[in-house]
Design a protein around this ligand. Structure first.
Ligand SMILES: NC(=O)c1ccc[n+]([C@@H]2O[C@H](COP(=O)([O-])OP(=O)(O)OC[C@H]3O[C@@H](n4cnc5c(N)ncnc54)[C@H](OP(=O)(O)O)[C@@H]3O)[C@@H](O)[C@H]2O)c1
Length: 320
């Protein structure tokens, strides 16, 4: 099969399209399936792995990556199913989370997949899993966002952020979205009640306080963001490592009894994917696709995401 492969850590050029053996179902894969990949998506996670971000090397290999194929979001059809798979059969259209989706075939666990949402293309469905699950679990579970509450989404034009704007609206909140000027219009069209251009205005100094701050981008220090947070509010940090002093600030604040910061690692599970499918099928959630790259241009997709200004999602179109 064809796959986008990286054998060494480095810049986007280390990703090349190669013919490699397709994965198979092993005896321990009784609850897994082989998926023929129609589309996959790019995440900053893939960029971190490819570039050899130090904390990742502890798990992925110190000198060279153990698993040469990236990609954690997939949409495709079931090619084969292990003997204990009960929810799907060969030929079913599915989407969800896995490792190694930048390839023509990937092995994925039944529990991390769901039927393709009605009315969505494979490319749209592949754009969803990581970012939609992150926003859903962050807003609903960590922040406990309730109807009528106010939420500020920082990084609202990115993959996670544009999901967060729509999911926060679906949860009944009043949404303020922060992005750069060129993105204000389409982010407002997603349902944001208010928009702030971060290149002109600083939400932390605007004098307004929110019940929830959802920081999808990690460009503001915790102690800056909390200037805009109500005393009993919650701030969800999706990337707590980006600001250098962030962990120190969080530790210091926690010592002083400030436990308003919440962090998590999103997980793919069937119930939450079903909730996301439901939001899509009822017209409350739709991914915005910035650009689709063919599999043999995956290195260009890495370059695109690495620039840090993706509008919605970058998708890899794998097989028709
Ligand atoms: N915790 C988890 O489980 C989890 C899961 C997924 C992702 N993440 C993390 O969440 C972060 C966001 O992921 P993503 O997929 O949304 O990334 P992304 O799509 O690459 O986000 C790029 C967006 O960031 C915006 N941005 C850049 N600088 C900004 C600034 N100073 N202020 C506000 N917005 C700014 C850009 O908007 P403009 O073009 O308008 O500047 C762009 O739309 C990443 O760090 C990722 O690692 C965490």
């Amino acid at each position: 099969m064809k796959a986008a492969v990286y054998r060494t850590y480095g810049p986007p050029e280390v990703v090349t399209c190669e013919d490699i053996p397709a994965p198979v179902l092993r005896p321990e894969d009784s609850k897994r399936m082989l998926i023929r990949v129609h589309a996959a998506s790019m995440n900053p996670f893939d960029v971190l792995y490819r570039s050899g971000f130090l904390p990742i090397r502890f798990d992925q290999g110190w000198f060279r990556p153990k698993a040469p194929v990236l990609g954690i979001d997939v949409a495709g059809t079931v090619l084969a199913a292990g003997p204990e798979v009960t929810r799907f059969k060969v030929g079913d259209a599915v989407y969800g989370g896995c490792f190694g989706a930048h390839a023509e075939v990937v092995r994925a666990g039944e529990g991390a997949l769901a039927p393709l949402p009605q009315g969505l293309s494979y490319e749209e469905a592949a754009a969803l899993p990581t970012v939609a699950l992150t926003a859903l679990q962050g807003l609903r579970d960590l922040a406990g966002l309730r109807p009528g509450q106010t939420v500020l989404v920082n990084g609202a034009a990115g993959g996670v952020g544009h999901m967060a704007v729509q999911i926060a609206k679906a949860l009944g909140a009043e949404v303020t979205a922060v992005c750069s000027g060129p993105n204000l219009g389409w982010v407002q069209a997603l349902g944001a009640d208010h928009v702030i251009d971060y290149t002109r205005d600083d939400f932390t100094r605007a004098g307004k306080r929110y019940d929830v701050i959802y920081d999808a981008v990690g460009k503001r220090a915790y102690l800056e963001s909390t200037r805009a947070l109500k005393p009993n509010g919650v701030i969800v940090l999706e990337n707590p490592l980006k600001v250098r002093s962030q962990l120190l600030q969080l530790g210091w604040s926690a010592l002083r009894g400030d436990n308003r910061a919440k962090m998590h690692l999103a997980n793919a599970n069937a119930n939450d994917l079903a909730a996301i499918s439901n939001l899509c099928e009822t017209g409350q959630l739709r991914p915005v696709i910035d650009k689709v790259y063919p599999l043999d241009h995956t290195s260009d997709a890495h370059r695109h995401v690495e620039r840090g200004h993706t509008k919605g999602k970058v998708v890899i179109g794998v097989q028709a």
